[in-house]
Design a protein around this ligand. Structure first.
Ligand SMILES: [Mg+2]
Length: 145
């Protein structure tokens, strides 16, 4: 896994927005800008769905299908576009995804009675390392990351 952080994504997204769309970068809380960024996100979701549709066609042996291996680079790109656009929408509301994601992940775990929680302290911290020390791998008993 890479060391990408939501903070780095936000910072570089903002830098690029200033040159790609200066008006939107300055007025991120206007209805027009929020709508535009939401449209960008839905557009990328549609692009991903179209790639997956072609893989499903391939699996079903239908005309117009693309083998999963061949589609993988495009699926990867569309997933990345979605994450980039999610950050742009979150920026409109000053939402810190680095906090929001683990909080929501853990909220869902609590609601569903699941025992897997995301460390809200973040990787590399003492709390994070302690969390994983307490949870040996089920797949590889005895393994300690
Ligand atoms: Mg795209």
């Amino acid at each position: 896994m890479s060391d990408l952080t939501f903070e780095r994504l936000r910072r570089t997204n903002l830098e690029r927005s200033k040159v790609w769309d200066p008006t939107g970068a300055e007025d991120k809380t206007t209805e027009d800008e929020i709508d535009f960024r939401d449209l960008e996100l839905r557009g990328e979701q549609g692009e991903l769905a179209n790639k997956i549709k072609k893989v499903v066609r391939y699996i079903r042996d239908m005309p117009g299908g693309i083998a999963p291996d061949a589609a993988l680079p495009e699926i990867r790109d569309e997933l990345a576009d979605i994450i980039i656009c999610v950050d742009r929408v979150a920026d409109c509301f000053d939402i810190d995804l680095g906090k929001a994601v683990p909080e929501k992940f853990n909220k869902t775990s609590r609601e569903k009675g699941l025992t897997v929680f995301m460390d809200e302290a973040g990787p590399g911290t003492e709390a994070h390392q302690g969390l994983y020390r307490q949870r040996p791998s089920r797949a590889f008993p005895g393994y300690q990351p």
